[in-house]
Structures are given as structure tokens and as C-alpha cells.
Design a protein around this ligand. Structure first.
Ligand code: MTE
Length: 300
């Protein structure tokens, strides 16, 4: 009797939690049967810090096209079909084009890049991405002398992305991001198509996303549909939403606080105690020179 009552309670709790999307068995990595990548190169640009669990990486997400709640993208994006998918390369390039995503990535050697990810909300993770340098794609596209920035555009499809139907979110769609051309060409900047050795889960930005590890996570746009080379600094989603709170550069900087909270420390997901946030998220040796002579208090 006791055992049956116990089981009933456990099932009840599970069902209650799954309504909120906290424990949706289908969203858990054990049920995630994505194809894996073979022959992926390791990279000496990876950190050897302990990696955040696959479960946390895939169930604690910021993906406002689906929801502003961290636990919901895993459930709400479960049936999203990231293929067929095209990516347009356009603007100031000698070789513009619209490519099927799998054709687009075919020429490149995939690498594993284990990077720290620091969200502007003061939490962080360590994620083993699979991807390739954005610089490789840029070289093939051959930017003209006028190209000074690269603009990235996400998907606009309110039928498939419930967050885009929200009347209260206040964000402009599609999601947009941008980098200066030299930031985009930096060897640390990658386009990711997988994580933990497997195809990118929908909630992490399938089929293709940007990863810029020295900047706050919002720069790393998910589900890219356009990569556009432009002369002037493009408008971006979060800096249009709150220009005083979210800058264009968004380099991780423990000495420049968000107007509403400190950026000095962060909580690594899966850990209890907070740790100090490092300038440029610990990548200063490699990227600080990109900003020499710039006042990073003004260009936050
Ligand atoms: N890209 C799109 N298209 N939509 C988003 O809401 N959120 C950003 C970024 N890229 C976001 C996005 C933010 S705030 C963060 S911290 C990271 O994605 C989170 O990536 P993850 O869920 O894979 O950890």
C-alpha cells in the first residue's frame, strides 16, 4: 500500500512539474536522439574547465522567440523543424547567395570548442560547442572594402515561435545581432551547429547559431537566417530594447555594472558559490587588443 501511495505521489509531482515544463521527459537529453558528428577536431582554443551538464545546457535556456522563461524553450521548441533551412549571405560581398544550411557548412572542418558562456544576467556555463570559425565563411563570401560590420538576423515565424506572438514581451522581431568585421573574423568567433558531439538541439538555436565567447550571451544569436555585410553599425535587438542596459559591444566586463545589477560576479550553473567574473570572460589575452584606445565604459 505504502509503495503504491509513494509511486502515486511521485507521478503526481512529475505531472505537476511537467505542466510548467520543468520535468518534461521528452525534453531530457536521454530522449535526445540527435545524429552525432564524426571526425570532429579538438581545438587548443578550448577551456579544460568542467563542462556544464548536458541536461542544464539543454533545459536552462534564453530563447525569447519561444518564451522568456528559462525552462520552457526545451518543451516549446521540441517539435520545431530546423530543416529545411536557408541562410542568406548578402550585402557588401563579392559572393552573395542563399544556401541550404547543410550545403553552407559542408566545406568547413568542424571543431569542438569548449567555451565559457557568460549571460548578461550574471549566470554562466561551460559548453562544448561543435562548429567552425566564422572567419572561414567570411573569407569565402569575400567582403568588399565597404563592409565594416556583420549583421545577423534570426527567424521570424510567429506560427512556429510562440514568443513572437506575445504582446507583452516588447522585443522587435526577428532577433538581430551584429559584430564589427574584425570581431567577426577573430579566431574565437564560431558558427555552432552542435554541442556535446551532437546536432544542435532546437532550444540552443538549431540549425545554426553564433558563439562569441568574450561577449555577453545575447550577442550569440540563435537560428540564423541572414548574414549581412554592411557599412554602418547595425541596430540590434537588445540595444534597441534597452540602450542604457545593453550595448552594441557587450564585452563581458566586471567593472561596468548593468544599471540594475552588478556584473562583478556570476553563478556558474550547477555550482552553489558565486565566482568572480573575468574581463572579456577570461579571453582578454586574445581579444583585448581589438579594443585598444576605446573607452569601454562608453562602449559597453
Ligand atoms: N538568440 C535568439 N535568436 N533569441 C534569444 O532569445 N538569447 C540570447 C542568446 N541568443 C537569444 C539568442 C541569450 S540572452 C543567451 S544568454 C544565449 O542565447 C543563451 O544560449 P543557450 O540557451 O544556448 O545557453
Amino acid at each position: 500500500m505504502d509503495r503504491r501511495r509513494f509511486l502515486k505521489t511521485v507521478v503526481g509531482v512529475g505531472a505537476a512539474l511537467s505542466v510548467r515544463g520543468i520535468v518534461d521527459p521528452a525534453a531530457l537529453p536521454s530522449a535526445w536522439a540527435a545524429p552525432s558528428f564524426k571526425g570532429v577536431r579538438r581545438s587548443n582554443l578550448s577551456t579544460d574547465e568542467p563542462q556544464t551538464s548536458l541536461r542544464n545546457v539543454t533545459t536552462y535556456n534564453n530563447y525569447f522567440e519561444f518564451s522568456s522563461e528559462k525552462d520552457l524553450p526545451a518543451t516549446l521548441a521540441k517539435d520545431f523543424q530546423p530543416r529545411p533551412w536557408t541562410v542568406a549571405i548578402e550585402g557588401e560581398v563579392a559572393k552573395p547567395g542563399v544556401y541550404d544550411v547543410d550545403e553552407l557548412i559542408k566545406p568547413y572542418t568542424l571543431e569542438e570548442r569548449v567555451y565559457r558562456l557568460r549571460c548578461v544576467e550574471a549566470w554562466s556555463m561551460v559548453v562544448p560547442w561543435i562548429g567552425f570559425p566564422l572567419a572561414d565563411l567570411i573569407k569565402r563570401a569575400r567582403p568588399t572594402g565597404k563592409a565594416r560590420f556583420v549583421e545577423f538576423v534570426g527567424l521570424y515565424d510567429p506560427k512556429r515561435m510562440p514568443g513572437q506572438r506575445s504582446l507583452t514581451m516588447g522585443l522587435e522581431w526577428p532577433y538581430r545581432e551584429g559584430l564589427r568585421l574584425d570581431e567577426a573574423m577573430h579566431p574565437l568567433t564560431i558558427l555552432a551547429v552542435g554541442l556535446y558531439g551532437q546536432v544542435l538541439p532546437n532550444q540552443n538555436g538549431a540549425p545554426i547559431r553564433l558563439v562569441v565567447p568574450w561577449k555577453y550571451g545575447f550577442k550569440s544569436i540563435k537560428a540564423i537566417t541572414k548574414i549581412r555585410f554592411v557599412e554602418n553599425q547595425p541596430a540590434t535587438t537588445w540595444s534597441s530594447y534597452g540602450p542604457r542596459e545593453y550595448g552594441f559591444y557587450a564585452n563581458v566586463n566586471p567593472t561596468v555594472d548593468h544599471p540594475r545589477w552588478s556584473q562583478a560576479r556570476e553563478r556558474r550553473i550547477g555550482e552553489f558559490f558565486k565566482r568572480d567574473t573575468l574581463p572579456f570572460n577570461g579571453y582578454a589575452d586574445q581579444v583585448a587588443s581589438l579594443y585598444s584606445g576605446m573607452d569601454l565604459r562608453t562602449h559597453y
